[in-house]
Design a protein around this ligand. Structure first.
Ligand code: G3P
Ligand code: MG
Length: 245
């Protein structure tokens, strides 16, 4: 079972910060998941939201702010806001941290709401720079991005993210066809859309099924029975206790 620390070890440390990633290094898990956006001046940054305000103070869209402006933002947490490893990190800073370790990395391109020009190319170039093609998996809710990634570098694996809204417009057959067209090796469903038929049909197509975001032991037990291949969790240490392999 591949266990990923979702947004770093984010149940206990501030999500998508170097602090949360550093605190994932000795968890003895498969990998780390993070989210990527792009600043006005073209820097790839690790942040879940398209805007400031929820995790970091300040206002505005990431797309309209420069990296220096973003770096000024502090965590909305009085105790942690002055820590240097609690600023918005660049993707490059995280790759430097993860490259020498045994951990795998799932880079989620957050471009289903906002379009970022050439974000796929920039990410692929950075992965090449750190020679991480074999330990990175790129995912997105935007399947067009996955197709671009696989055309840019067929060595880098990709995963299609599917949640309840995906199924408003498509059935499972269509979703699996998208995975095939985009040459995905994995499918990443939300825990509330996955069931036996989903897992079995995806497996028949040769896809690994890795489920997000699993923060409950009860749900995890159900997923183990369904034979999913991996999970994303904010609590890797706890989820690990009920997994045998
Ligand atoms: O990549 C899995 C999961 O992170 C997708 O949803 O909103 O937590 O980025 P979200
Ligand atoms: Mg994510």
């Amino acid at each position: 079972m591949n266990i990923y620390a979702h947004r770093g070890n984010s149940g206990f440390f501030p999500e998508n910060t170097m602090y949360a990633f550093e605190k994932s290094l000795d968890l003895d898990i498969y990998g780390i998941e993070l989210d990527v956006q792009k600043t006005k001046d073209g820097v790839l940054v690790v942040l879940h939201d398209e805007t400031l305000g929820r995790i970091f103070d300040g206002k505005g869209s990431i797309k309209k702010l420069t990296f220096d402006e973003l770096r000024e933002a502090n965590l909305n947490d009085e105790k942690l806001k002055d820590k240097t490893n609690c600023k918005i990190p660049t993707l490059e800073e995280v790759l430097e941290l993860i490259a020498p370790t045994d951990l795998n990395l799932n880079i989620e391109i957050k471009n289903n709401k906002v379009k970022y020009k050439d974000i796929e190319k920039d990410i692929v170039n950075l992965i090449k720079k750190y020679k991480m093609e074999n330990k990175v998996l790129i995912s997105s809710f935007n399947h067009k991005s996955l197709k671009i990634v696989s055309k840019l570098n067929s060595k880098i694996k990709t995963a299609y993210l599917v949640g309840p809204s995906t199924f408003k417009y498509r059935n499972l057959k269509k979703v699996l066809k998208i995975c095939k067209d985009c040459k995905c090796t994995c499918i990443h469903p939300s825990y509330d859309v996955v069931n036996k038929e989903f897992v079995d049909e995806a497996h028949k197509k040769g896809l690994l099924v890795q489920v997000y975001t699993v923060n409950s032991i009860t749900i995890m037990k159900k997923l183990i029975k369904l034979k999913v291949d991996g999970v994303f969790t904010n609590y890797p240490k706890i989820i690990k206790t009920i997994v045998n392999d």
